[in-house]
Write a protein that binds this ligand. Structure first.
Ligand SMILES: [Ca+2]
Length: 198
């Protein structure tokens, strides 16, 4: 039946103080802080645009505050990962559950320590604090994604590339290329912190 083709999904994981598993299954470690692009649609596409960013702001010497930011079709959502899950939509604090643009995006609690942001175009972001973020993307985004979650083309060996499409040789270069420390942490060496794994 037309329009009923089975859709495959891929999941990207971010865990602990910097363990990543891309959509294609590549695993790596990147301890960098500040603003990190986990996934975004690259270039021109007919598919709905979205971007997921995590801001890791150092607290003291051993921990981070995490803000998950999702931009989808012009809507900006920010969730502070932690008790209360303070959530903003386009800058306004909202209560959860919350529905954006007639249900195109829904935000709801998955547990007492979890929030889900679900879109009608198949992208789902789940945050379980303090340490886990999962992003589900449908297979029709094949090859047009970028960020620390990789390009979702089925090949785990070509996920390390920069925002401008340059192949990179290691996870440090890869992570640094998708890190924006300019607004939150300056250009200090915070991005090279190494913290213990949980
Ligand atoms: Ca790949």
């Amino acid at each position: 039946m037309r329009g009923c083709r089975p859709v495959s999904y891929a999941i990207c994981w971010v865990e602990g103080y910097g363990s990543y598993r891309t959509f294609d299954g590549q695993t790596f470690h990147y301890p960098g802080a500040c603003s990190l692009t986990l996934v975004r649609v690259r270039g021109q596409s007919q598919l709905p645009h979205f971007q997921v960013t995590v801001e890791k702001i150092p607290i003291g010497l051993r921990d981070f505050a995490r803000h998950l930011k999702i931009e989808a079709e012009g809507t900006h959502i920010s969730v502070k990962m932690g008790e209360g899950a303070k959530t903003k939509v386009n800058g306004q604090t909202v209560g959860i559950p919350f529905s954006v643009s007639s249900g195109h995006i829904r935000i709801y609690h998955s547990s007492v320590k979890g929030v889900v942001i679900e879109t009608t175009f198949g992208v789902l972001v789940r945050a379980d604090w303090p340490h886990v973020i999962r992003i589900t993307a449908p297979g029709n985004y094949n090859g047009i994604l970028g960020g620390l979650c990789g390009n979702l083309n089925g090949d785990p060996d070509d996920d390390f590339f920069s925002p401008s499409g340059i192949p990179l040789h290691n996870s440090q270069q890869f992570g640094d290329s998708w890190r924006d420390g300019s607004t939150l942490c300056g250009t200090s060496s915070l991005g090279t912190w190494t913290l213990p794994e949980h």
